[in-house]
Design a protein around this ligand. Structure first.
Ligand SMILES: N[C@@H](CCC(=O)N[C@@H](CS)C(=O)NCC(=O)O)C(=O)O
Length: 202
C-alpha cells in the first residue's frame, strides 16, 4: 500500500500522522504550507476541494476529513488492534468517542478561535466566546468523569478514539487546571512513542 499524507504541523493532519506511527506503517509525508497559497491552487483543490489539510492518497485514491481517515486506516489494519471489532460490544463506545471529537469537541474551540483571532475584528461576536467556553467545559467534565477510573476511553485499552479526542484536548491543554484526570490523560498520550516520533520529526 502506497500512502501519501498531505500534512502541515500543528493542524488536524497531526492526528493522522500520529496514527500512522501507532500503526507503524510506511508513508510519504507531503509538507503543505498553508500560508504560501499552495492550497489555493487548482492542483491542490483536486486533492482537497476546500484547500485544507489533511488529505491522504492511498494507492492513487484520495480521501479527506481527518477523523474519517483515522477511522478508515484503523479498520484497514485490524491486526494493530486500535479499534474493537464490529462484533464487540466495545465498538459502540469506540464509535461514540470517534464522532464526539469532531461533533462536540471541535466546534466550540474552533468557533472561539474564529471569534477571538481569525475573523476581522468587525466580524467577531464577543458574546459567543463565554458561551462556547461553557460548552467546552461541559465536554471536559464529561471526559473527566469518563476517565476517572481508567487510562483510556474504550474499555481501558488505547484505541484511535484516544488519538482523536486526545488531539482536540491538546489544543486546549493550557486550560486543564481544573481537570486533573484530563491533565494526566493528555500527559499519558503525549508520552506514547508514536506521538513522540511525530513531534520530533516536525
Ligand atoms: N473537518 C476537517 C477540517 C480540516 C481543516 O479545517 N484543516 C485546517 C487545519 S486544522 C486547515 O487546513 N486550515 C487552512 C485554511 O483554513 O485555509 C478535518 O478534520 O480534516
Amino acid at each position: 500500500m502506497n500512502i501519501k499524507l498531505y500534512h502541515t504541523p500543528e493542524t488536524r493532519a497531526d492526528r493522522v500522522r500520529w496514527l500512522l506511527h501507532e500503526l507503524d506503517i510506511p508513508y510519504k509525508l507531503v509538507p503543505i504550507d498553508l500560508f504560501s497559497g499552495q492550497t489555493n491552487t487548482a492542483e491542490y483543490k483536486k486533492i482537497h476541494p476546500h484547500g485544507l489539510v489533511p488529505a491522504i492518497d492511498i494507492d492513487g485514491h484520495v480521501m479527506f476529513e481527518s477523523c474519517a481517515i483515522c477511522h478508515w486506516l484503523t479498520d484497514m489494519f485490524p491486526d494493530k488492534k486500535l479499534a474493537p471489532s464490529l462484533a464487540s460490544t466495545d465498538r459502540q463506545q469506540y464509535e461514540q468517542w470517534m464522532f464526539y471529537a469532531p461533533a462536540m469537541m471541535e466546534p466550540p474551540l474552533w468557533e472561539n478561535y474564529l471569534h477571538t483571532r481569525l475573523l476581522p475584528e468587525s466580524n467577531r461576536v464577543a458574546e459567543i466566546v463565554p458561551w462556547n467556553k461553557k460548552r467546552f467545559n461541559k465536554v471536559k467534565s464529561v471526559l473527566e468523569t469518563e476517565l476517572a477510573d481508567k487510562s483510556y476511553l474504550v474499555n481501558d485499552r488505547f484505541t484511535t478514539a484516544d488519538i482523536v479526542t486526545g488531539s482536540v484536548l491538546m489544543w486546549n491543554s493550557s486550560e486543564l487546571d481544573d481537570y486533573p484526570v484530563l491533565r494526566g490523560y493528555v500527559q499519558r498520550l503525549s508520552e506514547r512513542p508514536a506521538f513522540a516520533v511525530m513531534t520530533d520529526a516536525k
